[in-house]
Each structure stands twice: as C-alpha cells, then as structure tokens.
Design a protein. Structure first.
Length: 224
C-alpha cells in the first residue's frame, strides 16, 4: 500500500513541471518594454478608442507581466522589446453589453521587435480576438485587459519557445567609438509604396480585417 505522502507529492511535481518558470530556463533577455502605435495601419478613431481605455499602458503592463512569468524579463537583460500596435477593433460599450458575441469580436494585432539599441534582433507577430461582452464582462477596461492578456501571453510563449532567441550580449547603447555616442538620425518617412506593401502583408497575414485594409488603402492612395 502507498503511503499518503506519496499521493501528495505527485501533484506538486506535476505543477512544477508544467510551470513556465522551470529551473532549466534560460537567462532573461528583455530589460524593458516599449509600446508604440502605428498610425499608418490604425485609424484615428481606433487609436482614440484604444487610448480611451489606456491601451498602450495596458499593453506594456501585461507584456511585462507575461514576460516575467516566463522568466524573460530582468533588470540587466541586454534587449528591449518594442511592441508596435498595428490593428485594433473594439466594439462600443452598448453594443458589447446588449449584443455580446452577436456583434462580432474585439481584436488587436501587433509586431514585437527584440532590439539591441536601434538594431532589430528578431521580430514576432502577435494577435488576439475576443467575443467577451454582455453582462459577464460589461466594462470596456475589463474587455481590453482580457483581449491584451491573450496577445501578450501568446507573444511571451513565442519568444520563450524560439530556439534562436538567445543572442550575444550587445555593446551597451552608451558605448561607441570616441568619447560620446553619435547623435541618432531621425528615421526617414516610408514611401507610399512601402506602406502599401506593409498594409498588404498585414492583410495577407489576417492581422487586419477587410474593412480596415480597404479603408487604409484608400487613405494611402489619396496621398499619391
């Protein structure tokens, strides 16, 4: 007959094995998270709605939380994670409350770059959608946090499972030849052709809807 303590040990071992913070995990690689909004792919109305609920701050908070859960975030880690929000659809509060999933879903998409100073080391797409709403999740803030949590969890998992994510520690940004770092030059604006190609790629990857694609494409073509 097995002793009672044997039965109690097994769930603990299983819980330890299934945790993302296992003992064999590699060292943290991200020291901080930056969030930007790509205004070439997100309409002013969608950006305003996102900011109304604190979108960029929510993304930063939950991204740091997900990275920390996977052991990827550390004060002395060599890289910065920059998350560019590229697609956002959010139902109005009244629509989500009374119609719920019948009114479609909320969605968010982004491109996340691991950066060493200004150099992009690796990039990851991330997206999430949710039909949460109705009386079970009436608050816009609550719906946004639920939506963003799905995206940041997916992103942290992709980085953690990437076999090539470990990179040599780069030279700190403050160090350069000479006594001081060279002044950073502002990025040149992308051409209409480049922006159209990027928009087409987002649509082909299903990161933006047909309506968002057509609306933004029409805006870009008017700039020609």
């Amino acid at each position: 007959m097995l002793r009672p303590c044997t039965v109690l040990v097994l769930p603990a071992l299983l819980a330890c094995a299934s945790s993302p913070n296992s003992a064999g995990q590699r060292a943290p690689i991200v020291s901080r998270v930056e969030v930007v909004i790509d205004s070439t792919t997100i309409s002013p109305a969608a950006e305003a709605r996102m900011r109304e609920y604190g979108g960029p701050l929510v993304v930063q908070e939950l991204a740091e939380e997900s990275l920390r859960d996977y052991g990827l975030l550390g004060d002395n880690a060599p890289l910065t994670l920059q998350i560019a929000l590229m697609g956002f659809h959010f139902r109005s509060g009244a629509v989500a409350l009374w119609l719920g999933s019948l009114a479609g879903s909320d969605s968010i998409s982004a491109r996340a770059d691991l950066r060493a100073c200004s150099d992009v080391v690796r990039s990851y797409p991330a997206a999430a959608s949710s039909i949460q709403g109705g009386i079970f999740r009436p608050s816009g803030v609550s719906r946004l946090r639920h939506l963003v949590a799905g995206m940041t969890e997916e992103l942290a998992e992709k980085i953690d499972e990437d076999p090539d994510r470990s990179v040599p520690t780069p030279i700190p940004c403050s160090e350069s030849a000479g006594s001081s770092a060279p002044e950073a030059k502002p990025e040149e604006p992308r051409s209409i052709e480049e922006r159209l190609r990027e928009l087409q790629r987002l649509h082909d990857d299903r990161l933006i809807s047909d309506d968002e694609y057509l609306r933004k494409r029409e805006e870009l073509l008017r700039e020609l």
